[in-house]
Design a protein around this ligand. Structure first.
Ligand SMILES: [Zn+2]
Ligand SMILES: [Zn+2]
Length: 167
């Protein structure tokens, strides 16, 4: 969505609010497309003494799989969209601190896409203490021990062999 800020850019205390949905279901992360539902976006742009401030939130539910046990998880994701807007490139060193308008228009799709993508977690776990799967039999260890014997440290195994020979 493009937001026309013509009546906000030069008007102190002016405000323009927005509400829309954005479809990012084609975006791939970790070989999957987790943003299966539309992103609900709402917020406003306010002229604070000449500075254009965008405040808002983007929320959706993500279809993820646990990195350890592979279980499917549905997780709510809420990202805040707070940023400054600029009508022209003011300071190339701080280019990442604000979004640039195109004339009087703000490309809200770009703001939401960039912010949402950067806020995606690099790790997804069904719970912080997920025990994962047994490396030998593949059983879900969250459901209980699988009966496999614990992996012996190869260094200890070598030591045990030595001790066996000596005795
Ligand atoms: Zn898990
Ligand atoms: Zn096992």
């Amino acid at each position: 969505m493009k937001l026309d800020l013509r009546n906000v850019i030069h008007v102190p205390n002016a405000e323009k609010s927005f509400q829309f949905q954005l479809d990012l279901s084609d975006l791939e992360f970790w070989g999957r497309k987790p943003i299966t539902r539309p992103i609900l976006v709402e917020g406003s742009v306010v002229n604070h003494a000449g500075a254009l401030v965008l405040n808002g939130t983007a929320r959706s539910e993500l279809d993820l799989v646990c990195d350890r046990c592979g279980k499917e998880i549905l997780r709510e994701k809420v990202v805040s969209l707070d940023t400054l807007l600029a009508t022209e490139l003011e300071d190339e060193d701080n280019e990442d601190d604000y979004f640039l308008l195109d004339g009087n228009e703000l490309d809200l799709d770009e703001v939401v896409t960039t912010t949402f993508v950067l806020a995606m977690d690099t790790k997804n776990l069904c719970s912080d203490d997920c025990k994962g799967l047994c490396a030998k039999c593949g059983a879900d260890l969250n459901l209980g021990p699988c009966g496999c014997r614990p992996e012996v440290d190869p260094r200890l195994a070598a030591l045990a062999q030595l001790l066996d020979k000596e005795s």
